[in-house]
Design a protein around this ligand. Structure first.
Ligand code: UGA
Length: 444
């Protein structure tokens, strides 16, 4: 079938390329001509393992096209998918301006029956909203459906090609049958439902995962006070299949383009209908404070941070992506500079997101070319993102390059223990090595 994917962000580009990989003829559209030129010359504008290879495989096969001509792309398509940004507004509600604009463009260009699909994460009722907008411009019959995307950045291609479920929300049998046919080649279980339920599934899925993270972070915070180890607790509860062992990694909280926005979005959706979603409010509140744990730990080692050199390992909001949206690294670095009234040296290293970081972080941050150079001569190393390259270092060897062997592990990703001659501090961990009796952290 002919699919037009509007928006070439993480969701639009990855899912568009994967539909092409599954044999559909896909045209990806974006208003950003530079991005389209990049894609047409075989470059991938985002870092996503395996994506570039699939682009370069499917373009020569005639399955995949990139254009900024939305009108022609709409006319040619059987199915039009909307995957443009839906950022949060300051009050937590969803900014639907880009979706609305695309709906108008579809309405102006539509020439025969199409299924319009919302792939962006949009509030409940958005399928009807898009329907009304398109309808204003045209009498040609069409349907609007909701097929939310569940891909994760860093493993997006794998998630789309071999996900655990596909949710199709459609309110007419015609749209439902077409969308089932489109998705059958993926050989993934399909749940067919109505549009409103599909829209709520997306928010509920992300919010539930965010809730698991805030829950385990609160257990970590409690574990420190009662002398327990969160890794043991997570293992102990995670082996109960009703709880599950995924998304129980305690640390500095969730970031990225999705969880922070979608948790607020769900609260807002509930508020709109007079429902006080108290649990989600608490999930957000725990997360907003969690990054401070790293700073508190650093301050318990160095009550006065002035004149110190701190190395930051990892900048992206999680490994395998160069995405810095809502990355805890930014808040942590800015807070440290503020706490030391600017009199602090921040050295940073990230395998791929340092170029992006330069536009987000204060100019005083020094970027280093390797893990060795970033830790060299520093008073403390703070691990923010658990990149494999960072985790798999010989940290005992590295600690010898530091001015003081203090390692604050914001992701509990290193395997250091009490025998090691470093002060290693995780989040919610019992273990602490006291170096020359410098201080006590994590003790009751
Ligand atoms: C998330 C969801 O996992 C996807 O299913 C969803 O499709 C996507 O949002 C979206 O709505 O587009 P993503 O934001 O790419 O995907 O990243 P995750 O791997 O879910 O991680 C989100 C954040 O939670 C990261 O900051 C990560 O470090 C943090 N996290 C994750 C934890 O702190 N602990 C964990 O145990 C797991």
């Amino acid at each position: 079938m002919k699919i037009t994917m509007i928006g070439t962000g993480y969701v639009g580009l990855t899912s568009g390329v994967c539909y092409a990989e599954k044999g559909h003829v896909v045209t990806c559209v974006d208003v950003d001509e530079e991005k389209i030129n990049q894609l047409n010359s075989g470059q991938c504008p985002i870092y996503e393992p395996g994506l570039k290879e699939l682009i370069n495989k499917n373009v020569p096969k005639g399955n995949l096209y990139f254009t900024s001509d939305i009108e022609s792309a709409v006319k040619e398509a059987d199915i039009i998918m909307i995957a443009v940004g839906t950022p949060a507004l300051p009050d937590g509600s969803v900014n639907m301006a880009y979706v609305d604009e695309v709906a108008q463009q579809i309405g102006r260009a539509i020439n025969n029956y199409k299924v319009v699909v919302n792939k962006s994460t949009v509030p409940v009722g958005s399928a009807e909203r898009v329907y009304e907008i398109v309808k204003r411009f045209s009498d040609i019959p069409f349907d609007v459906a909701s097929v939310p995307e569940f891909l994760k950045e860093g493993s997006a291609v794998k998630d789309v090609l071999s996900g655990e479920r596909i949710v199709i929300g459609a309110d007419t049998s015609k749209a439902r049958d077409i969308l089932i046919k489109v998705h059958e080649p993926f050989e993934i279980p399909i749940q067919v439902t109505d549009t409103r339920s599909a829209e709520l599934i997306k928010y509920a899925a992300n919010s539930f995962l965010a809730m698991k993270i805030s829950f385990i972070n609160e257990i970590a915070n409690l574990a420190e006070k009662v002398g327990a180890d969160v890794l043991e607790v997570a293992k102990g509860i995670g082996s109960d299949s009703r709880i599950g062992n995924k998304f129980l990694n305690a640390g500095i909280g969730f970031g990225g383009a999705c969880f922070p926005k979608d948790t607020l979005g769900l609260i807002n959706i509930a508020d709109q209908v007079g429902h006080n979603f108290a649990i989600m409010k608490e999930v957000v509140s725990v997360n907003q404070k969690q990054y401070l744990r790293v700073i508190e730990k650093l301050q318990s080692v160095y009550p006065d941070l002035s004149g110190k050199t701190i190395s930051i390992l990892g900048l992206s909001f999680k490994p395998n992506t160069n995405d810095l949206r809502e990355a805890p690294s930014i808040k942590i670095i800015c807070d440290l500079i503020k706490l030391a009234n600017g009199n602090i040296e921040i050295k940073a290293y990230d395998p791929i997101s340092m170029d992006e970081a330069k536009g987000e972080l204060p100019d005083s941050v020094k970027y280093c070319s390797s893990v060795e150079t970033v830790v060299e001569g520093s008073d403390a190393a703070v691990i923010i993102t658990e990149w494999k390259e960072i985790v798999e270092q010989d940290w005992l060897k590295l600690s010898k390059l530091m001015k003081a062997a203090v390692i604050i592990d914001g992701r509990n990703c290193l395997d250091l223990n009490e025998e090691d001659n470093v002060l290693y501090v995780g989040i919610g961990r019992k273990m602490t090595r006291l170096n020359n009796g410098v201080l006590s952290v994590n003790q009751q």
